[in-house]
Design a binder for this molecule. Structure first.
Ligand code: G1P
Ligand code: ZN
Length: 543
């Protein structure tokens, strides 16, 4: 077999972050960079000899070249079979599903999620385990350790593998099975939701706009929404994936999905709007004149999930990442089910889902999902919303008003300070961390600090402990500020400040989030000294 063993040496900066390894594309294209990381991943999971892997990516620039390298390395490392999405394309939740459905040993996802794509933008690679979910920290630690002492990688000769034609073929002793990227996923969705009911909703004149943001969900949304569910042609916009996402930023939030927001707040707004990100795991939900925060979306879905066939017997429990608002906690409380608080990153939900402790999970960063896969799932969230709208006959605005009237409203906002010099960001976090034990009882900006600590998580399933997961300050009156540094950025440091304030008074449920959060924002700025320590006065992005 024309297999090469290539001598190499460790390359700095290969520590996996919140969601795999993300770097500038130009860094990934440096000699040996990708190869080192792929071999370290293979080594970190005990080799791939005789194993079956699922491989797909979000189609961003470099997807096609990188997937060829990965296939050649899988063959050289004696994998038995790689199951590849046609053209190398598959959404993150679709990969997760396929790993599970085919009982594969794991998978590789080529994506930097919502980060822009292109030669000057971002690329990423992550490994998912046999449960279909992102590798746990134990595994990513092993991968990282391997990147630190790698001295060789294995790769076959540079013969391109045909991944455009469906079917089974061989590459240097390994089987390559090219599958339709959409079919299995669409079939799964049909088992979860009442497609007849949703089809009837559309047939009755219900209108929708789904913005695929030139990213991977375009083909999925066309096939499911316009195909199986009969939504009008043109419901899906920006539905053709492009390597640089049409030059945009495929992050479904009010800033980057501004076109959709403008439509939904304009005179010709359809009944329902949604968007998804680069690799199809995030979602944004917006009704006519009504943006739904991801934290509220998780809570509303929890309250109404039983209306969809897959969840008709109720939920085993729910889980949210620590900075996500506590709206869902209030629903879980009233349903009498457990609510778990995990660190940021989907990998922490895997154990809870596997152990049957949680059915729904979500993050404030536009991620929602359930135990149907082990990733967050953008289209799944959209379909569950549609199922709920079809069953209740209510508009998004009505559902939200009813929800807040029952549970109170957790006003919520995230402020991102991007590309802060790492030293300064770390200095700010260090100073605040040092101050936390002294804060209880402090009066600041009209609020009283009730408790302050650094979040650590003890996984109730495997007993592992994850420390350093964000600085949180709780104020009397159910207000909260959380600071953490992003683990997905590719330049400098991003400080994330999460603000939350609960209101239960009937006359305070329709305020603007800025107004409702003014005090807690003021308190957070004073306590962190962010402006003095970083030189930043305003966040770059508010979501
Ligand atoms: C961000 C989000 C987090 C999400 C991750 C991957 O991570 O905050 O919720 O799981 O992207 O999509 P961060 O950059 O904050 O580390
Ligand atoms: Zn994503």
């Amino acid at each position: 077999m024309p297999m090469q063993i290539v001598r190499t040496s460790p390359i700095e900066g290969q520590k996996p972050g919140t969601s795999g390894l993300r770097k500038k594309t130009s860094v990934f294209k440096r000699p040996h960079f990708l190869e080192n990381y792929v071999q370290s991943t293979f080594n970190g999971i005990g080799g791939v000899r005789g194993k079956v892997l699922v491989i797909g990516g979000d189609g961003r620039y470099f997807n096609d070249d990188a997937i060829q390298v990965i296939l050649r390395m899988a063959a050289a490392n004696e994998a038995a079979r790689c199951i590849v999405g046609q053209g190398g394309i598959m959404s993150t939740p679709a990969v997760s599903h396929l790993i599970r459905k085919r009982k594969a040993d794991g998978g590789l996802i080529l994506s930097a999620s919502h980060n822009p794509g292109g030669p000057d933008a971002d690329f990423g690679l992550k490994y998912n385990g046999p449960n279909g979910g992102p590798a746990t920290e134990t595994v990513t630690d092993k991968i990282f350790a391997n990147t630190r002492d790698i001295d060789l990688y294995k790769i076959t000769a540079a013969t391109p593998v045909d991944i455009d034609t469906l079917g089974l073929r061989r590459h240097e002793g390994m089987e390559v099975e090219v599958v339709d990227s959409v079919a299995d996923y669409a079939a799964l969705m049909q088992t979860l939701f009442d497609f007849d009911k949703i089809r009837a909703l559309f047939a009755g004149g219900f209108t929708m706009r789904f913005d695929a943001m030139h990213a991977v969900t375009g083909p999925y949304a066309h096939a499911i929404l316009e195909g199986r569910l009969g939504a009008a042609k043109g419901t899906v916009v920006n539905g053709k994936p492009s390597p640089d996402f049409g030059g945009g930023h495929p992050d479904p939030n009010p800033i980057w999905a501004k076109d959709l927001m403008d439509t939904m707040y304009g005179p010709l707004a359809p009944d329902f709007g949604a968007a998804s990100d680069g690799d199809g795991d995030r979602n944004m939900i917006v009704g006519r004149n009504t943006y739904v925060t991801p934290s509220d979306s998780l809570a509303v879905l929890t309250a109404h999930a039983h209306l969809a066939p897959a969840y008709k017997d109720g939920l085993k429990g729910v889980a949210r990442s620590m900075p996500t608002s506590r709206a869902v906690d209030r629903v879980a409380d009233s349903l009498g089910i457990a609510c778990y608080e995990t660190p940021t990153g989907w990998k922490f939900f895997g154990n809870l889902l596997d152990a049957g402790k949680a059915t729904l999970c979500g993050e404030e960063s536009a991620g929602t999902g359930s135990d149907h896969v082990r990733e967050k799932d953008g289209l799944w969230a959209v379909l569950l919303w549609l199922n709920i709208l079809a069953e209740t006959g209510k508009s998004v605005a009505e559902l939200m008003a009813d929800f807040w009237a029952s549970y109170g409203r957790c006003y919520y906002s995230r402020h991102d300070y991007e590309e802060v010099e790492s030293d300064k960001a770390n200095a700010m976090m260090d100073a605040l961390r040092a101050k936390l034990p002294t804060l209880a009882g402090t009066q600041v900006s009209g609020l009283t600090v009730e408790a302050a600590d650094e979040f650590a998580y003890d996984d109730p399933v495997d007993g592992s402990r994850s420390t350093g997961q964000g600085l949180r300050i709780a104020f009397a009156g159910d207000a909260r500020a959380v600071f953490r540094l992003s683990g997905t950025g590719t330049a400098g440091a991003t400080i994330r400040l999460y603000l939350e304030q609960l209101e239960t008074a009937a006359d305070k449920l329709q305020m603007s989030p800025e107004e409702a959060l003014e005090n807690v924002r003021g308190a957070a700025m004073i306590l962190s000294d962010l402006t003095a320590l970083t030189g930043r006065t305003e966040p770059d992005v508010i979501t």
